[in-house]
Design a protein around this ligand. Sequence first.
Ligand code: PLP
Length: 396
Amino acid sequence: MKYNFDEMINRRGTYSIKWDGGQLLKDMGFTERYDEDTIPLFTADMDLPVPQPLIDALHKTVDHRIFGYSIFPEEYFEAVQHWFKKRHDWEINKEEIIYSPGTVHALNVAVRAFTNPGDGIIIQRPVYPPFTASIEANGRELINNPLICDEKGYYHIDFSDFEARAKEERTKMFILCNPHNPTGRVFNVNELRKLADICAKNDVLIVADEIHGDLVRRNQSFIPIAKVVDDVDPIITFTAINKTFNLAGLHCTNVIISNPELRQTFNSVMGMHLPSPFTVSALIAVYNEGEEWLEQLKEYIDGTMEWVVKFLAERMPKVKVRIPEGTYIMWLDFSEYRLTPEDVHDRIYNKANVLLEDGKMFGEEGLMYQRICIPSPRPMIKEAFERIAREFAGIS
Ligand SMILES: Cc1ncc(COP(=O)(O)O)c(C=O)c1O
């Protein structure tokens, strides 16, 4: 079937953080302004309709009328195995799959399970803010291996710095974000091999957050790091239906751990979590029947990104942007305007009334950037950029 992603679905009054969370967002210091005219494009969830087989499966669950404690049936594991084999040629054994009610939850569990207070953990900033929080809130040491941005706005790994950081006595873990949020890099086989080799040589455990892995451009391919190394044992991978199928509200992450001892340690810190019947039926539906929708979604997102790049080149050429290799996030560099970050923020959030995410939240490397999530109907994205362009017009 053909999906209409241009449809504007009103999300107000549905407990959406984007559309109903104005007071909370103001209290959190995200924005000063939030009203009925705000266009919120900050958090990574989509304003787009989900696959029809998913809607049918959830209807069936609702129609049953009882929502008790649930189990993980065989079909759940088979659906995960089927998806990763088909989409990423990755064989996963059933016992390697561990359910977690969220990725950030799993990240905090991994930090507590595999490191001790005072241990060092490498991350590559600018990066998704909960990576930093999971290290600091658990009393571990943050070790930054910043990604290097070249003059074309393309991000590279600084391998010599990475190796030096990995060699430090205190370093015990590396949290990889691939595809990388917010820079959109999808690391290639050589990069992944190099990272894995350095970690193996220095006894650094890799925790790979790959939850954007299904959402790469149509001319790109994504490779799970567990697939490229000879010895997959020391790798913990996070996968999720969350980003791919816009199911953040159903809290369903699958952690893949092939090493039985690491699995046991992870489980003992996490404790037992039973799923909701909605989560189980949703996962089975999307992993078995969601491909047709995903292909259409990817085409739509690629099209929107092309529109954004063209619009900015014509109307705001000082904004540096590239089409990311993966994710549905765009990382906009405002540094050429020579305005303060506060002024950039004021023009976008208060004057244009568009809610993005200040780059500084991803680390100081992001100070002059704004992050935008673009999986919304294209007319909404166009309106947001028109408004922003008006507020920057005439600045030389
Ligand atoms: C890289 C990354 N990891 C984790 C999350 C959050 O996942 P969850 O809602 O499953 O905790 C996000 C959300 O944007 C993300 O971009």
